[in-house]
Design a protein around this ligand. Structure first.
Ligand code: ZN
Length: 455
């Protein structure tokens, strides 16, 4: 009896699904930490299903008799854990994996998931992001995983706080190009008149920021400030159309580095996609722009380009810890976009801020305060311009020089990490030598917009 009881007590617990995020409580999974993702896609043609393998290397943070991955749609083939067949069950967006042998706490393991990917899988939102998931193009695809659509593309721990390095290998017909987040490691001809492309990102990537595009592209390699390798990917028939704006990235990088410090990744570039999606995406190291974004006026194209570039520091290198911290990502990207536009003389920052201020109370009641957003309007005017106003208020309070010190310290201290609103408040207080807790919490959480310092 005593022995049986002891065995029950030490039996490893099953997973508990969902990290309890305030916006998406079921997203992400507990009981393990992913240390690396490797994807291997045997691409065929636009909208055509293809064979895919996702290899998830992880470390158990507790004893586990089973664990879950976020995975939606697609046709599951087989899952192994450390090479042994595992039992699986799919419920909603969760794939439960029961290894043949339970995992001990701290045990490193490799889960390999084989599936037939469906490159037409999409979901819809009723905010700034209307469609996400796989975005088919006339000759291939791009992906738009934000906010929680990476599970439509590969099985993973789908929460920005759970980022991990990733390597992506894609085989394509020989006349098709595949690009992905990270650096090209090899391009090899293989049987069947096909080519295998391998990319690697040693820096961790949030699942929602994994970039991938397949199609008839022209890839232009160049060099940015301090020798940073640049790679731009443009549909071959749009090369002339976007050339004017594409070549401005080195100047944009110089402008950002002057304000916040060195670019945080190994390469950068823009990806123009044959899609009429309404919004661009800061896919890591390779910002994605729908073709229309770079076809209009100088101010609209460059504002977009600065926004996605600024995200590489704010949102990508320093990731949000919870979705309610999204203002830290979108607010900063939008702040540098507005600052750039003001320096160019395209808009006046103070009058823009006064205009936003006049609407702020109404946005607070419609979308929630900046750091307490609500679903389904997560990507709202509050998280963009409404959050610029918070950063502007902080700059008014501490002065431009101290504000810049805070920003530089933020991206340096939390590089490659996830950080929260409380972390930003603490760092701003430390860097300014003033306790900004009450000031910032009022701006971020109160039902009414506080008075603007200096007005
Ligand atoms: Zn953004």
């Amino acid at each position: 009896m005593a022995l049986a009881l002891a065995l029950i007590l030490i039996a490893p617990p099953a997973h508990a699904a969902g990290l309890g995020d305030p916006i998406f409580p079921n997203d992400g999974n507990t009981g393990y930490r992913v240390t690396h993702y490797a994807l291997d896609f045997a691409w065929q043609a636009t909208k055509k299903p293809f064979e895919a393998t996702a290899t998830v290397e992880a470390e158990a943070t507790q004893g586990l008799s089973s664990f879950t991955l976020d995975f939606a749609g697609n046709q599951l083939r087989e899952v192994t854990v450390d090479g042994a067949a595992a039992t699986t069950k799919r419920t909603g967006d969760k794939l439960t994996v029961t290894p043949a042998k339970a995992l001990a706490a701290q045990q490193r393991f490799t889960a390999t998931v084989r599936y037939t990917a469906d490159p037409t899988l999409q979901r819809r939102r009723s905010d700034a992001i209307s469609v996400y998931g796989w975005i088919p193009t006339p000759d291939g695809t791009v992906v738009y995983p934000q906010p929680n659509g990476a599970r439509l593309i590969f099985p993973n721990n789908d929460h920005p706080s759970q980022k991990a390095p990733i390597s992506i290998t894609i085989s394509t017909p020989a006349d098709i190009t595949a690009v992905a987040t990270g650096t090209l490691k090899s391009r090899t001809a293989i049987a069947g008149n096909r080519v295998r492309w391998s990319y690697d990102s040693p820096q961790p990537v949030a699942t929602q920021l994994v970039g991938l595009a397949i199609g008839k592209f022209t890839v232009t390699n160049g060099t940015g400030p301090n020798g940073l390798p640049l790679r731009d990917v443009v549909p071959t028939d749009l090369v002339q159309q976007v050339e004017k704006y594409r070549t401005r990235t080195p100047g944009h990088l110089e402008w950002m580095e002057k304000r916040v410090g060195k670019y945080p990744f190994d390469n950068y570039g823009i990806l123009v996609a044959h899609t009429d999606l309404g919004v661009a995406l800061e896919t890591q190291t390779l910002s994605m722009f729908p073709e229309g974004d770079l076809a209009g006026s100088e101010s609209s194209a460059e504002k977009d380009m600065i926004h996605e570039l600024a995200h590489q520091w704010f949102g990508n290198s320093v990731t949000v810890r919870q979705w309610s911290d999204l203002w830290l990502s979108e607010g900063h990207a939008q702040f540098y976009q507005r600052l750039f536009a003001a320096e160019k003389g395209w808009e006046n920052l103070e009058s823009k801020m006064r205009e936003i201020y006049s609407q702020h109370d109404s946005w607070r009641s419609t979308y929630g305060p900046p750091a307490k957003p609500t679903e389904p309007k997560l990507f709202s005017r509050m998280v963009y311009d409404g959050s610029v106003l918070v950063l502007y208020a902080l700059r008014q309070k501490v002065g431009a020089a101290t504000f810049e010190k805070i920003e530089r310290a933020w991206v340096a201290q939390y590089r490659d990490k996830a950080a929260s609103t409380a972390d930003y408040i603490a760092l701003a207080s430390r860097e300014s030598g003033t306790d900004l807790t009450a000031f910032l919490r009022a701006w971020l959480y109160d039902a009414k917009t506080p008075p603007m310092p200096g007005w």
